[in-house]
Design a protein. Structure first.
Length: 551
C-alpha cells in the first residue's frame, strides 16, 4: 500500500498543467489553459485547467478533478495505478507501508540492466569500433548511456545473479516469454540506447543489431512505463536548450540525435521508430518552441516530412523542414565535419506550408488538366485544414504553383468520388478505426489478416488494400492518420470491432441469399444453414473466422 503522506508529497511536487499537458495539447487562455475535452467530442474548447487551483473542469460534460483523477480517467487506471504512473512520469520515489509496486520494480530492473549494458560495451571491441566508425565520441557514448547486450542467456544469468525477478523483467520489457514457456531476452547482440521519459526516468531501450539481423533497430515493447508514441528520444537532455532557445529539431533516429548534440545542436530529439503522431504534440508544444523537421533526404524521409508537416500545420505549429542534399542525413553531415553547412541548412529551413503545397503538386502532371484538377482538390482541402488567416495567406502561393486563379480557392470544398469522405455514421467510424489501427500498429494486422477480406470494408476496400500493401505515401492513408476524430484501438477493441463487422457481413449476406430467386433451392438451403447455424454462432462465441461463400 502506498503511504498517504507520500501521495501528498507527490501532489505537492507536480504541476497539473505539466501532467495534463503530457497527454493532450493545452493552450494558454488568460490565467488558465484550455483544450477540447478529451472525454467527449467537441469543437469549441470547454476543458479548462487551472494552474493556481491545480484542478481541471469541462464546462461541456462536467468532468473534473485533480491530476490523479485525470490520469485515472484518461488512462483507465485505478487510484493506486494512477499515483504510480504519475510518480514514474516525474521520477518521484513513493513510499510504501508494505511491499513495493510494479512501477518501482520495473524501474529497478531497467536501471540495473542499463548499468550492466554500459559495462558490457567496454568489453566488446566490435561494438565500440562500430560506434567510433559512425563518428560517435567517447563523451557522447557516456552522455547517452550507450551500451551493448550479447546473447540471451547472458541477460537471464545476470538478472538471476542480481536476484531481480524474471517476471518483473518481463513486465519491464527486458525479457519475453515464448508460447512454450521459454524466457528469452528481447535485445540480443545489439548496441543499446536507453530511452528516458521527459522527466529523465528510464522507461525502455532501443537496440541496433550487430549481426545483420533483418530488424536493424528495435525498441522495447509497450509497457506500463513505455509508450513510444508519446516519447521522443533525447528529449530529457534537450529540453533545457529547447526552453531556452525556443527551438526544437526533430529527426529520425538515435544516431542523428547523438551526432547533432555532439556538434552543438543540443535541442535535437527523435521519434522512436514511428512517424510523428498527434500523441507527440503535447510534448512538442511544451515551451512553445518552433519546430525544425530534419529527416533523411531519401524518399521515405521526404514522405515522413510531408506527413509530419501536414499534421503540424493543421495544429497551428510554427515549423520548418530541412531537405538534406544528396540523400544525406544529420549524422552523416556531422561525421563529415559539415557543421557550418548543417547550421546553414537549419537557418534556411523551408516553411512547412509551402513545402506541403509544392510536394502535393509535384505528384501530379500539371500539364494535364485532369491531373491539375486533382492536385487542386488535394491542395485546397489541405488549405482548409488551416486557420482562416493562414489559409488566405497561402492561397496566392498555391495558385501560382498550380497556375490557376486564386478565386477558385474560395469555392466550396471539392471531394473527388475516388476519395471517399470520412463520414460519421457508426459503421464508417468502426471500419476506419480498424484501418487506422492497422496503420498506427502494423503488427496488429498479423493476427487477424487471415479472417479479413477487402470486401468486408466496402467502399474502403481500396484503402484496406493500400494499407496491407504498405503504401505509406498514399494520400488516403495520410488523411486517415491525421483525422483525430478516428481513434486507434486497443487490442481488445480491435478484435471486438472485427467480430462485429464479420457478424454484420454474414447477416447481410444471409438476407441477400434469402431474397435471391436465382439460387437453386438445395444450394440456398445449404447456404442458409451454414451461415445461420455455423458461421454466425461461431463468431458470436468469440472465435474469428472468414468463410468465403460462393453464391
Amino acid at each position: 500500500m502506498i503511504d498517504n503522506q507520500s501521495i501528498e508529497n507527490l501532489k505537492n511536487s507536480i504541476d497539473i498543467v505539466d501532467v495534463i499537458g503530457s497527454f493532450i495539447e493545452l493552450k494558454k487562455a488568460g490565467a488558465n489553459y484550455k483544450a477540447p475535452c478529451p472525454f467527449h467530442g467537441e469543437k469549441t474548447p470547454s476543458f479548462v485547467v487551472s494552474p493556481t487551483k491545480q484542478i481541471y473542469h469541462c464546462f461541456g460534460c462536467g468532468v473534473g478533478g485533480d491530476a490523479i483523477k485525470f490520469v485515472m480517467d484518461y488512462e483507465k487506471l485505478t487510484y493506486p495505478e494512477a499515483v504510480e504512473k504519475l510518480a514514474s512520469m516525474f521520477n518521484f520515489s513513493l513510499s510504501y507501508t508494505k511491499g513495493s509496486s510494479d512501477y518501482s520494480d520495473a524501474k529497478r530492473v531497467l536501471d540495473t540492466i542499463e548499468t550492466w549494458y554500459v559495462k558490457n560495451l567496454e568489453k566488446n571491441p566490435n561494438a565500440k569500433e562500430y560506434l567510433h566508425t559512425r563518428g560517435i565520441s567517447q563523451n557522447s557514448i557516456e552522455k547517452f548511456g550507450i551500451g551493448y547486450v550479447g546473447h540471451s542467456q547472458s541477460v537471464i544469468d545476470f538478472l538471476n545473479s542480481t536476484h531481480l525477478p524474471l517476471p518483473k523483467a518481463i513486465e519491464a520489457g527486458v525479457l519475453n516469454r515464448a508460447e512454450d514457456g521459454r524466457v528469452y531476452a528481447r535485445l540480443t547482440n545489439r548496441v543499446t540506447f536507453p530511452i528516458y521519459s521527459a522527466s529523465g526516468s528510464i522507461v525502455g531501450f532501443g537496440g541496433r543489431t550487430m549481426d545483420n539481423h533483418p530488424a536493424k533497430y528495435i525498441n522495447s515493447p509497450q509497457t506500463k512505463l513505455f509508450n513510444k508514441s508519446r516519447l521522443l528520444y533525447g528529449y530529457h537532455q534537450a529540453k533545457e536548450s529547447i526552453y531556452k532557445h525556443k527551438q526544437l529539431i526533430v529527426c529520425e533516429g538515435y544516431l542523428d540525435v547523438i551526432m547533432l548534440h555532439q556538434a552543438g545542436f543540443d535541442n535535437a530529439v527523435a521519434t522512436l521508430g514511428t512517424a510523428l503522431t498527434s500523441e507527440h504534440l503535447p510534448l512538442l508544444r511544451k515551451g512553445e518552441p518552433s519546430i525544425i523537421l530534419a529527416y533523411d533526404g531519401d524518399k521515405a524521409g521526404v514522405n515522413a516530412a510531408l506527413k509530419a508537416s501536414m499534421m503540424l500545420s493543421s495544429h497551428n505549429f510554427d515549423a520548418k523542414v530541412v531537405l538534406f542534399p544528396d540523400r544525406q542525413d544529420p549524422a552523416d553531415m556531422v561525421k563529415n565535419q559539415q557543421i557550418n553547412e548543417l547550421a546553414k541548412l537549419f537557418r534556411e529551413a523551408k516553411d512547412i506550408i509551402p513545402f506541403v503545397i509544392e510536394s502535393i503538386a509535384s505528384n501530379y502532371d500539371l500539364n494535364n488538366p485532369r491531373a491539375k484538377e486533382s492536385a487542386f482538390v488535394e491542395i485546397r482541402n489541405y488549405l482548409h485544414s488551416l486557420s482562416d488567416i493562414i489559409k488566405d495567406s497561402y492561397i496566392p502561393f498555391a495558385s501560382s504553383i498550380l497556375g490557376i486563379s486564386s478565386s477558385l480557392f474560395g469555392k466550396k470544398s471539392i471531394t473527388k468520388s475516388s476519395q471517399p469522405t470520412i463520414t460519421k455514421n457508426s459503421e464508417d467510424i468502426a471500419q476506419l478505426s480498424i484501418l487506422k489501427t492497422f496503420i498506427e500498429k502494423p503488427d496488429s494486422i498479423n493476427s487477424v489478416i487471415d479472417v479479413l477480406s477487402p470486401e468486408l470494408f466496402g467502399k474502403y476496400s481500396k484503402l484496406y488494400n493500400a494499407i496491407i500493401s504498405n503504401q505509406k505515401e498514399n494520400p488516403q492513408i495520410i488523411r486517415l492518420q491525421l483525422d483525430d476524430s478516428i481513434k486507434t484501438l486497443s487490442e481488445d477493441e480491435l478484435l471486438q470491432l472485427i467480430r462485429t463487422m464479420l457478424i454484420r457481413y454474414y447477416e447481410n449476406l444471409l438476407k441477400t441469399i434469402v431474397q435471391n430467386p436465382n439460387i437453386a433451392f438445395d444450394k440456398k438451403s445449404y447456404l442458409i444453414r451454414k451461415i445461420r447455424a455455423d458461421i454466425i454462432p461461431t463468431l458470436k462465441k468469440g472465435k474469428l473466422l472468414f468463410v468465403s461463400v460462393d453464391i
